[in-house]
Design a protein around this ligand. Structure first.
Ligand code: SF4
Length: 378
């Protein structure tokens, strides 16, 4: 953008989503603070509010839509109220944002992650087809954290409850993410399905454990993951069938304006798309499915099934630490992000930011934590 203006190609550039992700973009360009620009990742979560009539959200900028409601400034946050130390376990989108914002407030924060690389799900998902921009969620936060002396990051550091209690931090925030289910339970199935071997989950595929041959992807999640994995497997030589109980493929992407592009891409990769069908079982190289309107059952030959259904919070450490809180060994214990409730990345970032804003504050659970617009009629 700067280059286009400096070379005289354009006089003026209007940037909508980049300004949502970072309302101070022009100032940062002017001041030469390019590394401080919080870059838009192109996820279109912001546009969902237009069609769903809910307050706008931004994956990169958790203060978007909360400027008036909660009084949140995108660049300014209240200074610390104590010298207490905080330990954050998990450096995914929620943990990174909590560490960054608490560090900005001036708190002494120790951030740990079991993996060698920070970023959690955003780093794993960024390696999937066409999701490379997801990395920016981690990259911006890590760049900021590196500048904050009072935040220390320890990668390759899995933490047990004992490790946490020995870390000498009275406040603990758990941000340990979530794990994709392997039993078929999801929106459509309340009970585990009878499933043979050769069952894969998105976590397997993101860990480079890929099926081969004829693969049925069962998408009961309805956002981008099912179609992205279909693309991954099709480009790796698999014959892919994408099955979903919804009337359309990746139904929720209608709200992010991505659905048309997804259909085009899957058609170009010869992915077979089968909406209106629920998975019943998988055994001996064939899956049984049922039409959700007519209940007609059919058999689909396949070598493996990938389940994109639901995620389970990784909250064991939080529950192990709860007695320590009750015994007064910890001053506070909070769980955030997907570990609290698996959701979209925008919600994980928001959850981390909220935890940082609310830290050391007195929260009245009986009060609505934001202002509500009341329109006067007449
Ligand atoms: S929600 Fe996503 S697309 Fe919209 S401005 Fe934020 S990062 Fe960009």
């Amino acid at each position: 953008m700067v280059s286009a203006i400096e070379r005289g190609i354009m006089d003026f550039i209007g940037a909508a989503r980049p300004s949502i992700a970072d309302p101070f973009l022009p100032n940062k360009i002017k001041e030469g603070r390019h590394e401080d620009i919080r870059e838009c990742i192109g996820c279109n979560i912001c546009v969902v509010g237009d069609t769903r009539f809910v307050p706008i959200r931004c994956t990169q900028n958790p203060t978007m839509g909360e400027e008036w409601r909660r009084g949140w400034h995108p660049e300014i946050i209240a200074p610390k109220k104590s010298d207490d130390k905080i330990l954050i376990v998990g450096a995914g989108p929620a943990g990174l944002e909590a560490a960054r914002a608490l560090g900005q407030r001036g708190y002494h924060v120790t951030l740990t992650d079991a993996r060698r690389e920070a970023g959690g799900r955003v780093i794993l998902e960024a390696a999937l087809p066409n999701l490379i921009e997801w990395r920016r969620v981690a990259d911006w936060r890590l760049t900021q954290i590196k500048k904050i002396e009072n935040v220390s990051f320890y990668p390759s550091s899995p933490m047990t409850a004992r490790d946490v209690l020995e870390a000498d931090a009275p406040h603990v925030i758990i941000a340990t993410g979530a794990t994709w289910r392997r039993d078929g339970v999801g929106r459509g199935n309340a009970r585990p399905l009878p499933l043979d071997r050769n069952i894969f989950t998105p976590d397997d595929l993101m860990g480079n454990k890929l099926p081969s041959g004829k693969v049925l992807i069962y998408d009961d999640d309805h956002y981008y993951m099912g179609s992205v994995l279909a693309e991954l497997l099709a480009t790796n030589g698999c014959e892919v069938m994408l099955v979903t109980p919804r009337p359309t493929i990746s139904a929720w992407t209608e709200y992010t304006l991505e659905q048309g592009h997804i259909y085009k891409r899957l058609h170009s990769l010869n992915v077979t798309m089968l909406p209106y069908h629920a998975l019943l079982s998988f055994a001996k190289k064939s899956a049984e499915v049922s039409h959700v309107l007519t209940s007609t059952e059919s058999t689909l030959p396949c070598d493996a099934v990938v389940l994109v259904t639901d995620r389970i919070p990784n909250d064991a450490l939080y529950h192990e630490l709860k007695p320590a809180l009750a015994e007064g060994k910890l001053k506070s214990l909070r769980i955030i992000g997907d570990a609290e409730a698996p959701n979209i990345i925008a919600q994980a970032v928001f959850s981390g930011h909220l935890a940082a804003r609310e830290f050391d504050e007195i929260i009245n659970p009986d009060e609505t934590p934001f202002k509500v617009e009341r329109v006067k009629i007449g």
